[in-house]
Design a protein around this ligand. Structure first.
Ligand code: FES
Ligand SMILES: [Fe+2]
Length: 386
């Protein structure tokens, strides 16, 4: 974010508040309930979005050492992330090329070679098949080059290892292209220089989009979050901007209004607003004063989502017990607030099956929700046409 943009975003919100106005889209819009409840639609989203677009599969420091590995589910697929001796990250399907066993069962560790637990075919951490027991008798003409691990496009940037969970996509250029419009803002946050201080994972019985939609409007703050963060925010004031296929939302705290009496060179958006980057499809970065919460949604079914919350903190901050307590307290505030959203999300999902609504209705100050859905629709159309 440039300094001019930062000033512009603050001035826009101060201006709206001064006139007692909201950040309004042109019209009220409708969102069909099938978007959130239809299994066919879910299958299309998984194919076009979660396996067709880059997903933040890990934070760089989770795979920090040479020869480190991580095995985890990415967009519903078993994925093995490795870092080779030269420090380059790789991503593979964690599936043995012999008869399909899960190659690596441990979640994390350090290894240069991976030996399958079924018949011990063995691969290097760069995906090359390096050993086949009793090869000469059993597989006399085996062309090992045809049996490398299935590799996925990967790019390490801004402190994350981004992966496209589709081995048919050959190059990582698409990842670069998707991230380019966010690049200035992610550099501004200095995310390449962060580590995970606290993390937790939830499974929520709700569609992934309902959970992300809850993060990009402030209409519900004073109502749903009245016992937690609601009192710190003005009633229903937020703005949003598109950064390519991604969204930046600004949700000011009431302290923002103190800036009216201060010279512009003292204005800091991070001090007085939550900024949320929705890196579509499934990642939100919730920017707070001294840390960023990485909210990672992995859809498990049309009505089920795994959500991982991780507090990312600058490496420059001291790593003391006291600071760790501070990060744990902060994460607890975020997760208590988000649990209020998750509970609503589960109830909304149950309501879909009741037949009460054919559509959800987004007000003009909930325009970000319509825009978010339009971006997804467009991305799915492009994939269909390709
Ligand atoms: S299935 Fe992996 S070595 Fe046979
Ligand atoms: Fe919320």
């Amino acid at each position: 974010m440039t300094r001019d943009e930062e000033i512009g975003l603050i001035a826009e919100l101060l201006g709206l508040d001064a006139k007692n106005e909201k950040f309004l889209d042109e019209k009220v819009t409708l969102s069909p309930v099938e978007r959130y409840s239809c299994p066919d639609r879910f299958a299309q989203e998984m194919a076009a979005l979660f396996r067709g677009k880059p997903v933040a599969a890990a934070q760089s420091t989770e795979l920090s050492k040479a020869n480190a590995f991580l095995s985890r589910s990415v967009s519903g697929l078993p994925v093995l992330l490795t870092r080779n001796a030269e420090g380059e990250a790789h991503a593979f399907l964690n599936v043995c090329r012999h008869r399909g066993a899960k190659l690596v069962r441990e979640e994390t560790g350090c290894k240069q070679r991976f030996s399958c637990p079924y018949h011990a075919w063995t691969w290097s951490n760069q995906g090359n098949l390096v050993a086949v027991p009793q090869e000469q008798q059993g597989f006399p003409d085996l062309d090992r080059s045809q049996y490398g691990l299935r590799e996925l496009p990967v790019l390490e940037a801004h402190g994350f290892i981004w992966v496209i969970a589709d081995p048919e996509i050959r190059n990582a250029g698409e990842i670069q292209q998707c991230l380019a419009p966010l690049s200035d803002d992610l550099s501004w946050l200095g995310l390449a220089d962060h580590r995970i201080a606290v993390e937790e994972t939830f499974e929520i019985a709700a569609n992934w989009k309902t959970l992300l939609e809850g993060g990009i409007e402030a209409y519900h703050f004073r109502v749903a979050h009245r016992k937690t963060i609601g009192p710190y925010f003005p009633d229903n004031l937020s703005s949003y901007q598109m950064l390519g296929g991604n969204m930046r939302s600004v949700l000011p705290r009431i302290t923002l209004f103190e800036l009216r009496d201060k010279p512009q060179d003292e204005w800091s958006i991070r001090e007085h607003a939550n900024i949320i980057y929705s890196v579509l499809p499934g990642t939100q970065l919730l920017v707070q004063q001294d840390h960023v919460v990485w909210v990672h949604c992995e859809p498990l079914a049309v009505n089920r989502t795994r959500v991982r919350l991780a507090t990312l903190v600058p490496n420059s901050m001291p790593q003391t017990d006291e600071m760790q307590k501070h990060w744990v307290r902060n994460q607890a505030i975020t997760s208590t607030t988000l649990k209020e959203d998750f509970e609503l999300g589960e109830e909304i999902q149950q309501g879909f099956t009741s037949g009460a609504n054919t559509h959800l209705t987004f007000g003009r100050f909930e325009g970000a929700l319509d825009r978010f859905n339009q971006v997804l629709e467009d991305a799915m159309k492009v994939t269909e046409e390709a």
